[in-house]
Design a binder for this molecule. Structure first.
Ligand SMILES: Cc1cc2nc3c(=O)[nH]c(=O)nc-3n(C[C@H](O)[C@H](O)[C@H](O)COP(=O)(O)O)c2cc1C
Length: 165
């Protein structure tokens, strides 16, 4: 099974998770960072894994554009969806249901929340303000879960094993 991981990122967390996932899958995996107005060939892939961070309760714009532009092609593939966000897991599950188009969530055999990172060195002035004064977070923090990435990779491999002829 040919797997493609596509992701959007502003500060690198979702990218790091995509890399970890690829290492754990130990199979042929291509990995692409989504860009504004990017063009992608999904034909060679059986499975597409889509990763996005959550900003202000939304998926990153590049990811939203990709989901819209490649909707038809994506609905022909096996799908995996993952999110990087700081909201605790039990609350963040709702993001998977509400932020991705429902037909894609319904189709996705594998879904995961990997946690998130607040890194003040990487934030813009306005992001720092928002996080300090709205979220009331003063210092760097990480809720990234290696375990969640591992579980996700295991579920992808199980999907592969059950869909092979
Ligand atoms: C300005 C700002 C807004 C954010 N808004 C949310 C949010 O609404 N919900 C959430 O769970 N996490 C939120 N986060 C946390 C990000 O999802 C988290 O930092 C993630 O790791 C970012 O991924 P990236 O490094 O790939 O861009 C926000 C972070 C920033 C800096």
């Amino acid at each position: 099974m040919n797997i493609l991981i596509v992701y959007g990122t502003r500060h690198g967390t979702t990218e790091k998770c995509a890399g970890n996932l690829r290492d754990l899958l130990e199979t042929d995996v291509d990995i692409i960072k989504l860009e504004k107005n990017g063009s992608y060939d999904l034909k060679p892939y059986d499975m597409v894994i889509i990763g996005s961070p959550v900003y202000a309760g939304r998926l990153l714009k590049e990811v939203r554009s990709f989901l819209t532009s490649y909707r038809e092609a994506l609905l022909q593939k096996s799908l995996g969806l993952y999110l990087c966000c700081i909201t605790p897991l039990h609350e963040a599950e709702k993001y998977l249901q509400s932020l991705f188009p429902p037909e894609m969530t319904a189709r996705a055999q594998v879904q995961g929340i990997f946690g998130g990172v607040f890194d003040f060195q990487k934030m813009s002035f306005f992001e720092k303000l928002a996080i300090r004064y709205i979220k009331k977070v003063k210092g760097n923090m990480s809720t990234l879960s290696e375990e969640h990435i591992r579980l996700f990779s295991r579920a992808v491999l199980e999907t592969r094993d059950t869909t092979l002829p």
